[in-house]
Design a protein around this ligand. Structure first.
Ligand SMILES: [Fe+2]
Length: 221
């Protein structure tokens, strides 16, 4: 190889190098152009694939693979949040009556209402955590509870002891009727876990309703 040929070859490489540098500005050069340290370590396409993989992994964590479709999970979480709102209202109403009950059976009813709101406190927690188990958000504010609850509150009213028991009984029975619909809906959405959970919850409300009914059957209340 002659010296001229070597010089021509050397010049040719410099020209190619300069052309590539012009084509790919130093501010955003592709890594495969000149191999300088300041360039990205990976080609953009490779980096994009790795980012997509990371996003996919994160998505799979947030969308559990438990045999329910996204639509089914969302539908069941909606049912659970509406129930949670009702449970929170009933918990609050029972606690209100624990504080404000009057009459000769004050001591019995004060303690009885405390037993019931303590049980409802556990129910509230269980319903919220069932929604979270399905990777849904649970309501957690008073405004959400009051906006979505189907049970009614009666601010400023102070019913007598018998009316308090009757109000609570009516609310428990309302929840039992709603739960019958909800557990069937959960089954329709192929969520047998929530179906079982709601069935157990319905039995709890039936038992609390029975205790309230037993109080009402006593003439003296
Ligand atoms: Fe108390």
């Amino acid at each position: 190889m002659s010296a001229t040929t070597v010089r021509d070859q050397s010049l040719s490489e410099e020209m190619i190098d300069a052309t590539l540098a012009d084509s790919f500005p130093a501010s955003d050069p592709p890594s495969w152009t000149l191999g300088r340290d300041s360039y990205p370590e990976k080609e953009p396409a490779t980096a994009m694939i790795e980012t997509a993989k990371a996003n996919s992994k994160e998505a799979s964590i947030m969308n559990p693979n438990i045999g329910l479709s996204e639509e089914e999970r969302v539908a069941v979480v909606k049912i659970l949040n509406a129930l949670l709102a009702d449970e929170y209202v009933l918990y609050t109403k029972t606690r209100n009556y624990h504080w404000n009950v009057l009459g000769p059976q004050f001591n019995d009813l004060h303690k009885f209402f405390e037993e019931q709101y303590t049980e409802l406190n556990v129910v509230v927690d269980d319903v919220a955590e069932r929604a979270r188990s399905l990777c849904g958000w649970s309501f957690g504010t008073l405004s959400e509870f009051s906006q979505h609850a189907r049970l009614k509150e009666h601010p400023g009213q102070h019913p007598n002891a018998r009316e308090m028991i009757a109000n609570l009984l009516a609310d428990h029975e309302t929840i039992v009727r709603q739960l019958r619909k909800d557990l069937e809906a959960a089954e329709k959405h192929h969520d047998m876990g929530t179906n079982d959970f709601l069935t157990g919850l319905m039995e709890k409300h039936e038992k609390m309703a029975w205790m309230l009914r037993a109080f009402l059957q006593a003439e003296s209340v």
